[in-house]
Design a protein around this ligand. Sequence first.
Ligand code: GLY
Ligand code: MN
Ligand code: MN
Length: 435
Amino acid sequence: MTDPLAELQRGHLDWLEQRYAETLSRLGYDGVLIFSGQPALHFGDDQHASFQAYGHFQHWTGQAYLTHSWLLVCPGNLPVLYLHSPDDFWHLPASLPQEAWTERVEVVKGRFDVPPALPRGRYAVIGDVDVATAGALGADPNPEALLMALDEGRVRKSEYEVACIGRANRQAMAGHIAARDAFLSGAAELDVQLAYLQASRQRESQVPYGNIVGINAHGGVLHYQHYDTLPPKKQRSLLVDAGHRYHGYCADITRTWAGGQADEVFPPLIKGVAHIQQQLIAAIRPGVDYAVLHEQMHELLAALLVEHRIVLGSPESAVANGITRAFCPHGLGHLLGIQVHDVAGRRAANGMALPPPDEHPALRLTRELEAGMVVTIEPGLYVIPMLLDPLRQGPVGREVNWERVERLAPHGGIRIEDNVLVTSDTAKNLTPEAE
Ligand code: GLY
Ligand code: MN
Ligand code: MN
């Protein structure tokens, strides 16, 4: 049976060819050479850091781990993939999968630690390329107008890309279920991480971002980066933020679970944050301003904090006085695609990149939603002492029930994150339910 993805992939390539042809012609280029990139060497050492290929290289090939390879796109001709695949008895030389896209490129195998020569004409070279290399090629390195247009071309996903994100989600969810089960059977953070990797079938160097596996108070460290090797004395909570990559496309999912020794204040708050998330997903449709959704998240969090007597004042004052921002300092979410924080989330009308708004400095997406965008929706609620302590000492400290905050603190925090497609009139959640 043929994989239905093959046909979708052909459609994706048709679209890419057309988009590149229009963009290159508008900007006066005969073609663009896209470098996959190369892994960094640890200083003074002969060992490399883990690697992922440049997003625009993956947009065509879905190949996240091909190093030193180049794709030459000249509209009107087959793209040429210069596949770095030198004879090597230390490593297995790179090879390509049999997919629809490999029938649509000419493949030249060889040694490409230096770029291939370009035909005559005006070219751009994009990716992690230095000016000297570009100069030797006679090509413009990373021209801003071209990068802006190509980034914009990644914002609305093709059917193929959505299907890939869906598959990445299914793999990731298998990992989340195994992570939960490992935790509930008494595992340490490292064991939870290993259970996740095993069930989602990926090695640690291939995850789209470092898995966040926080037991108890570690769940309150937004990008907690360690894995304790010993199980906790008390099993209160687990927060796992972990994904998967399928043909280059990422899943980015977070789940929070209560342990057997959770305080009774904690499980209803997990339900409350999950409910907020569902309300926000239900509000998604084309034309909705994502920054407004982010503000709605704060209003809903304020109502939840009041309902659970963590905040004693009004919900309005909890938002206005920055209480909800201390409990949730990150943004509601971001665009998702080849990069977990995908490109072009903040753009002015003329296409230029914008900084985040002053009042929401961590918000990565401030655009109006459009059909084809895939976004994360990830409300959170945390006890972060460095943010809450200044509130406690100031005048709004009276509005917070610190006794309940203290009971919550050893659980760290809650985040629930799903990946959502904006459709022509509503939204579709690409993240499957955990069974
Ligand atoms: N995993 C990082 C994030 O959720 O944005
Ligand atoms: Mn995310
Ligand atoms: Mn995440």
